[in-house]
Ligand binder design. Structure first.
Ligand SMILES: [Zn+2]
Length: 422
């Protein structure tokens, strides 16, 4: 068994801007997706799956965010697009988003999907051929890194997964994503599978978990351990606040906590890049506001009750020494700063805001404009952003627009196709 010389490490690959926004009844505006990328970069997340390069209304947002990479605003985070593992999608991705550098190619691998989704029209070998053709096309068109996703991996026979992974590796893929698409695994099974994949495919692995049985975070931890024990780096797929299809994905903050705080884990298993946990409260609150989904009261680390103590024994204990009843401090998650809520007159940004109100609002954030015209230009962008998000912009969004108006303009511009049939 070929092992890497260095100890393998754990990285985070956040899929909020792909799996998260695919969630039924939920979505994010393009500016909100941009802010998520910015916050993920600040957290220290290795890669953001930032959207769908084959979807036309994503194209400008994706290109604008790739410009932020070039400008050094989104650094060191990698932005990667999700497409199906077919040549047609690769071509469309490079047509719509010519500057895309990183891709994940996804295809179903399970017997169930071969029968139920492809209706028996495709064999396992067909699936592998489609995937390797897509990997070849992506490489030829200039992709710098390619991840290959085995969708419904947890219901796929291990032997086939290994064959699939080896074919991906042989064609130059950088990582294999093991998708527990239905949340079917448990920590014991996913550990064994990930370890076997690491040992037999011998390439870095991604672990992608869902919460249908309430084990997304535990499975991610166990899967990462399996990969590392098998000698390979592990990339845990997360979403902010665990927002995702059905019962959701593995929560970013909870996964970070599990790796760094659970019994003995951090001593043996380490992160590949420094993580700034103090960003936790901020990113969780923003995602909650942007998705319009409250953070559950009992959410690990960032829920309103995560550091609340009412019972006499616990309150007394925690006051004597917080470690009596708290595993980690609220300060580590960036909590405990006073929040200012306006209780008097409030000027907020909206689709119909005027220049005077807007200058007042920005003045409170110490942003001033050289002229009335400049303020009016920025306000125009703010109005459009508001049309897309249907809610007042947060301070960071306003500051972003004021600082990068040309990027904001691209993010906010959407032009539907000319209709040819009606
Ligand atoms: Zn998923």
């Amino acid at each position: 068994m070929a092992k890497k010389e260095q100890t393998p490490k754990i990285y985070f690959l956040d899929v909020t801007n792909r799996d998260g926004v695919q969630t039924a009844k939920l979505g994010l505006s393009k500016l909100e997706k941009t802010m998520i990328n910015i916050y993920l970069n600040e957290v220290g997340v290795f890669q953001s799956e930032f959207g769908f390069p084959t979807t036309r209304h994503e194209a400008r947002y994706l290109e604008a965010n790739l410009e932020l990479v070039k400008m050094g605003v989104l650094k060191p985070i990698r932005l990667e697009g999700w497409i199906r593992a077919i040549v047609e999608d690769v071509k469309t991705a490079f047509k719509f988003v010519p500057n895309i550098k990183h891709l994940n190619l996804s295809i179903s691998t399970s017997e169930q999907m071969l029968k139920g989704k492809f209706r028996g029209k495709k064999t396992g070998d067909d699936i592998i051929k489609e995937m390797t053709d897509a990997v070849d096309a992506a490489k030829a068109m200039g992709a710098e890194s390619i991840g290959v996703n085995a969708e419904d991996g947890s219901r796929t026979e291990l032997g086939f997964l290994v064959k699939f992974g080896l074919a991906a590796k042989e064609h130059g893929a950088a990582r294999l994503r093991y998708c527990d698409t239905l949340g079917y695994d448990n920590p014991f099974t996913i550990y064994e599978t990930m370890k076997a994949l690491a040992e037999n495919v011998v390439m870095p692995l991604e672990v992608h978990c869902h919460g249908d049985l309430g084990m997304a975070v535990a499975n991610s931890l166990a899967g990462a351990k399996g990969s590392i024990d098998g000698g390979q780096d592990a990339y845990i797929n997360t979403t902010v606040n665990g927002i995702g299809e059905r019962a959701g994905n593995a929560d970013l903050v909870a996964c970070i906590l599990a790796i760094t705080k659970s019994k003995g884990f951090a001593k043996k298993y380490q992160m590949g890049s420094p993580i700034k946990l103090t960003m936790a409260a901020k990113i969780a609150e923003f995602a909650s506001y942007a998705f319009d989904v409250p953070i559950p009261l009992n959410q690990p680390g960032v829920g309103a009750n995560a550091f609340a103590h009412a019972s006499g024994i616990h309150a007394d204990g925690v006051l004597k020494d917080p470690e009596n009843y708290e595993l980690y401090s609220y300060k580590e998650l960036g909590r405990g700063k006073p929040k200012f809520v306006e209780t008097g007159r409030e000027i907020i940004s909206g689709q119909y805001s005027g220049v005077a109100g807007f200058r007042h609002l920005m003045g409170k954030m110490n942003v001033s404009f050289a002229s009335r015209d400049e303020a009016a230009d920025i306000l125009e962008l703010v109005r459009y952003a508001n049309v897309q998000s249907h809610k007042p912009l947060v301070e960071d969004e306003l500051l972003f627009i004021a600082k990068y108006p040309h990027i904001a303009q691209k993010v906010l511009t959407q032009t539907p196709l000319v209709l040819e049939t009606v």
